[in-house]
Write a protein that binds this ligand. Structure first.
Ligand SMILES: Cc1cc2nc3c(=O)[nH]c(=O)nc-3n(C[C@H](O)[C@H](O)[C@H](O)COP(=O)(O)O)c2cc1C
Length: 170
């Protein structure tokens, strides 16, 4: 089992890939392996005890298409004993009723398969109506909005990385 963190992301127009790279830089290139889910196999996820999962939301409340294609395979992975953190990329002004839904859809499935979730994130500083990524009044992972709040991305990443470092104990 690798002691590194496996970061798996999907992206349509590159924004989630950019955020994935920023997270890797902040956590350390020797600590994080980046994987585009479009090219990943289930064995790639199985190899890590610590995972970060990232997806933008597309088509009003849907997973990004490569995550959608991979989604049935999640049912074949045993996530018990794995710690998983999530980040979502979305547009709170354009899609206020479905902000970051994909992050919630992935976390629900992966938690169902036995994973321990880390990396909750406050909703203050965002304006939206509803999201599938909410639990007990918090986001279940980091929320990034490159369409409306790109100036906040760097600080959000820094704060979240400090937090998950402690929660992962890396
Ligand atoms: C047709 C369309 C539908 C979208 N639907 C949502 C949505 O339901 N919720 C959301 O938060 N963002 C939504 N977005 C915004 C994207 O998630 C956002 O632009 C994101 O940065 C794209 O990431 P990517 O470049 O990694 O694909 C949508 C964008 C488009 C163009």
């Amino acid at each position: 089992m690798s002691t590194k963190i496996g970061l798996f992301y999907g992206t349509q127009t590159g924004k989630t890939a950019d955020v994935a790279e920023m997270l890797q830089k902040e956590l350390g290139e020797d600590v994080v392996d980046l994987h585009d889910i479009a090219l990943a196999q289930k064995e790639d996820l199985e190899a890590y005890e610590y995972l970060i999962i990232g997806s933008p939301t597309w088509n009003i409340g849907e997973l990004q298409s490569d995550w959608e294609a991979f989604f049935p395979e999640l049912d074949e992975i045993d996530f018990s004993g794995k710690k998983v953190a999530y980040f979502g990329v979305g547009d709170q002004m354009g899609y206020p009723d479905n902000f970051l839904d994909a992050m919630g859809i992935l976390a629900e499935k992966i938690s169902e398969r036995g994973a321990t979730r880390i990396g909750d994130w406050p909703t203050s500083g965002y304006e939206f109506n509803d999201s599938k990524a909410l639990e007990n009044g918090k986001f279940i992972g980091l929320g990034i909005d490159e369409d409306n709040q790109s100036d906040m991305t760097e600080a959000r990443i820094k704060t979240w990385v400090d937090q998950i470092k402690k929660e992962f104990k890396v």
